[in-house]
Write a new protein. Structure first.
Length: 178
């Protein structure tokens, strides 16, 4: 975290490291013609580097999201070239579908949901975090079925605190079994 209370330096560091690993993957996999080993290399080294610690420093600005997604797009472009997958410029959906890779934003949302679910289930033993969850307990019948109460946040910094963000994601998700 920097002086402006953002994770910009961490994001830049993740992107630089991801691009370095992507360069290594390109050098190692020049002779690969199969989908599985190429995907395995990227998922093991590249994507894990980009996603390290995202439950804590999840991206909330479009610039940061695009910066991280750009690394995955470079991999998808390389994979399309190596595996001879036709796609329009800057449309990586056919390649992503063939490789069965989801975009990083969806994976971060899923990671937040999983962390919150494990925290509630007791798989993650941290009573301090659990006590900070604001379960919504209605005092009268209401049409609102949100599982969590999120206080009014006047700044993006407070709105994107990890627990507030996880509770907001759980409220926005209709498939969350809370």
């Amino acid at each position: 975290m920097d002086r402006a209370l953002t994770f910009n330096k961490n994001i830049e560091k993740r992107c630089c490291k991801g691009l370095k690993i992507l360069g290594l993957i390109k050098r190692v996999s020049t002779e690969f013609k199969l989908l599985a080993p190429l995907k395995a290399l990227y998922c093991a080294f590249g994507r894990s580097t980009l996603e390290y610690g995202t439950v804590i420093w999840d991206l909330y600005t479009a610039t940061s999201r695009n910066q991280i997604e750009r690394v995955q797009h470079k991999f998808l472009n390389y994979a399309a070239k190596v595996l001879h997958i036709e796609h329009k410029p800057h449309n990586y959906e056919p390649v992503r579908t063939l490789l069965e890779l989801s975009n990083l934003t969806d994976r971060r949302i899923a990671a937040n949901k999983i962390f919150l679910q494990k925290l509630i289930d007791g798989s993650i033993d941290c009573s301090e975090l659990l006590s900070q969850l604001n379960f919504k307990i209605p005092c009268f019948y209401s049409r609102s079925h949100y599982p969590f109460f999120i206080p009014l946040c006047t700044t993006n910094y407070i709105r994107n605190k990890p627990l507030f963000r996880m509770m907001r994601i759980a409220n926005e998700s209709t498939a969350t079994p809370f």
